[in-house]
Design a binder for this molecule. Structure first.
Ligand code: GRF
Length: 208
């Protein structure tokens, strides 16, 4: 039987475990998101995300910074892979590199990221520990379009997560993950349904 792919084509960039990748792939398989994952690209050959993709029969590519003369050349190689796979939307799922300006220009308002805090609070690599150390009572998850800044792009969706008495990094991040697995597939579905309209800093969500 021939597999008929439907919906938008996603290119997922991941550096680590890939549990968000798994949640997105599962939501697609469950028929909740009209999309397919055309390629998973990692800058880390040891990323478990690659293993998760392979198990699902999703093509994978490794693009490592060390194989290129400079950062722009590395970014161009990532763009080439995304174009080759004809992706409509680039999905960052624990990608530990700042997306270079050339990638942003190649996919305007077509790159999404998930951040484990309520932006604009606690941007950067350490969103969960920074929130915990600051002593906030509520943190959360943000899905946003990627611009040329660090976690500064227009916000698509957010969900609050309460910090509980006695939380440590692991317990808090676990609950943040659960929220991530819920809102990332939803945001991708809204994109696939052409319901996201970017107007400056604001993302309007059209009714379904
Ligand atoms: C997630 O918490 C995400 O918010 C952050 O990196 C983590 C990736 O986790 N950007 P995983 O690789 O999807 O398990």
């Amino acid at each position: 039987m021939e597999l008929v792919e439907s919906g938008v084509k996603l290119g997922v960039l991941a550096s680590g475990s890939g549990t968000n990748l798994e949640a997105i792939a599962q939501a697609i398989d469950d028929g909740d998101v009209p999309a397919s994952i055309a390629v998973v690209i990692s800058d880390n050959p040891g990323a478990f995300a690659l293993e998760r993709a392979s198990r699902r029969g999703i093509p994978t590519r490794v693009v490592e910074l060390k194989d290129f003369d400079d950062r722009p050349a590395f970014d161009r190689a990532v763009i080439d892979e995304l174009l080759l796979a004809e992706v409509d939307l680039v999905v960052l799922a624990g990608y530990m590199k700042l997306v270079g300006p050339e990638i942003v220009d190649a996919f305007p308002d077509r790159i999404m990221n998930i951040h484990p805090a309520l932006l604009p609070c606690f941007p950067g690599e350490h969103g969960v520990p920074d929130a915990l150390e600051h002593g906030v009572k509520v943190t959360g998850v943000t899905v946003h379009f990627v611009d040329k800044g660090l976690d500064t792009g227009p916000i698509i969706a957010q969900e609050a997560v309460e910090v509980e008495e006695g939380d440590d990094l692991e317990t808090l991040h676990n609950r943040i993950h659960i929220s991530e697995y819920r809102i990332y597939p939803r945001a991708i579905r809204l994109f696939a349904e052409k319901r996201l309209v970017v107007e400056g800093r604001h993302v309007r969500v059209l009714p379904g």
